[in-house]
Design a protein around this ligand. Structure first.
Ligand SMILES: [Zn+2]
Length: 321
């Protein structure tokens, strides 16, 4: 896709690098990092029922992390306005000391840690629109207000976490926002959720950087998911975030690839989003028209109303549905 369309997209490549051990241990147990390192060169190691490594997984995983950290640096230093880390393996299921759901290291959580430690940030928003709940990311910052975690996901579904009532704890209470959705939600549902819930919370939080766990497994053709998003829906969500990033944090918006199991849907959705990212005009009419909650599927609307109710005590600007 990039070979065919990349020339039209005004892209700049951020070179990957291997993440250092002391970068990985900002979000993972040292003994766990060592355990993954030991898989290097071994044909196959099963870490959990879904997650196995090949001889090259360690190398790919540390370059995925390092590449994303490089991209964060470039975005924060203003060398690029925004960016997309096209990395594998994905990361959002990886826990502090456990591989899960094809994920070894939590790329996005590590990117947030890096923004905190290297760039002194203390308000990082993580928006996770992957089909699945980002349990590892949520747990990384569950009691930490320096990262705001917002997730839409199919529910009940793998990995089982992500109920509306999970809102964070201690100092992090109110900084975890879950929108669990029944199967079948589509473009207008997601766009309405972004306009009615995600945008007002981001405006109130005033992030210094927005990270996106960008999975494309909520696409209607995805073999693992039961959602109904199209390329256009992903693009609209992306453009809402671009508008918010321009308004709130000098455009700093960094996507990291998570799931997506229809290669065609993945390619098409990423291509459309890259087109919007590379041509984004903060002064133009880039953000999508407002979608009416009246047009939502009743079950998605009910889920949105429940999330609004759970979050209103922390974010008083949220409307009633
Ligand atoms: Zn997923």
């Amino acid at each position: 896709m990039l070979d065919k369309q990349g020339a039209n997209l005004n892209l700049k490549q951020a070179p990957p690098r291997a993440a250092a051990r002391d970068e990985l241990t900002t979000n993972h147990a040292a003994r766990y990092v060592d355990r993954i390192a030991e898989t290097a060169g071994r044909q196959s190691t099963y870490l959990d029922p879904d997650t196995s490594t090949s001889a090259h997984s360690w190398d790919a995983a540390i370059k995925a992390v390092g590449g994303l950290l490089n991209l964060v640096d470039e975005a924060v230093e203003g060398k690029v306005r925004n960016g997309f880390a096209l990395v594998r393996p994905p990361g959002h299921h990886a826990e502090y000391d456990r591989a899960m759901g094809f994920c070894l290291f939590n790329n996005v959580a590590l990117a947030a840690r890096h923004a905190m430690s290297k760039h002194g940030m203390d308000r990082i928003a993580i928006v996770d629109w992957d089909l699945h709940h980002g349990n590892g990311t949520q747990h990384s910052f569950y009691d930490d207000p320096r990262a705001l975690f917002i997730s839409t996901h199919q529910y009940p579904y793998y990995p089982g976490t992500g109920a509306t009532r999970e809102v964070g704890s201690g100092k992090g209470e109110g900084y975890t926002v879950n929108v669990p959705l029944e199967a079948g939600a589509g473009d207008q549902d997601y766009v309405a959720i972004f306009q009615v819930l995600v945008a007002p919370i981001l405006r109130a939080y005033k992030p210094q950087l927005i990270l996106v766990s960008a999975g494309f497994d909520a696409h209607h053709t995805d073999p693992l998911g039961g959602m109904a998003l199209t390329e256009s829906g992903y693009d609209q969500m992306g453009r809402i975030l671009m508008g918010l990033a321009a308004e709130l944090c000098s455009g700093r918006l960094v996507f990291a690839l998570e799931g997506g199991y229809s290669l065609e849907a993945l390619r098409g959705s990423v291509a459309k989003l890259l087109g919007s990212l590379s041509s984004f005009d903060p002064d133009g009419e880039a953000t999508p028209e407002a979608v009416s909650v009246e047009d939502m599927r009743p079950r998605a609307r009910k889920s949105l109303a429940e999330s609004l109710d759970a979050q209103r005590r922390y974010w008083p600007d949220l409307q009633m549905l």
